[in-house]
Design a protein around this ligand. Structure first.
Ligand code: HEC
Length: 100
């Protein structure tokens, strides 16, 4: 049973978290499901942008570490900081890499 919940709580951008996330090989399908639950309200159902920017080709502009910081850091309001475990963060990265 996979848990798709992401909690809006604290910062989670320490190096161990980043290293652990980058060592995993996530699933784009699960990342897609997570994205639909947590991100589409602002980035649009196909990630083409709404309140938040279009995320297609984001992985060409930002490296994985920068994307992790964007998602977990809460540095650019109104985008919240997500407390997300490394497996699910890795899934979201894989999904973002699957966008052309
Ligand atoms: C409440 C609205 C909101 C939600 C929910 C949200 N975002 Fe964002 N996101 C934004 C906004 C607004 C920006 C632009 C911030 C800025 O740089 O000014 C942004 C920026 C980003 C960026 C950087 C884009 C760039 O061009 O630099 C990424 C990557 C991103 N979001 C991923 C996600 C992911 C993944 C989720 C779900 C886990 C998510 N966002 C949820 C509003 C949101």
């Amino acid at each position: 049973m996979i848990c798709f919940s992401i909690f809006f709580v604290t910062h989670n951008e320490n190096n161990r978290y980043i290293i652990e996330t980058l060592e995993l090989n996530g699933s784009a399908e699960e990342g897609d499901a997570l994205f639909k639950i947590n991100c589409v309200g602002c980035h649009g159902i196909t990630a083409r942008g709404l309140v938040g920017p279009d995320l297609h080709s984001i992985t060409q502009r930002l490296n994985d570490k920068e994307i992790i910081k964007q998602v977990t850091g809460g540095l650019t309001p109104p985008m919240p900081s997500f407390e997300i475990d490394p497996v699910n963060m890795s899934n979201i990265l894989k999904y973002l890499h699957s966008l052309e």
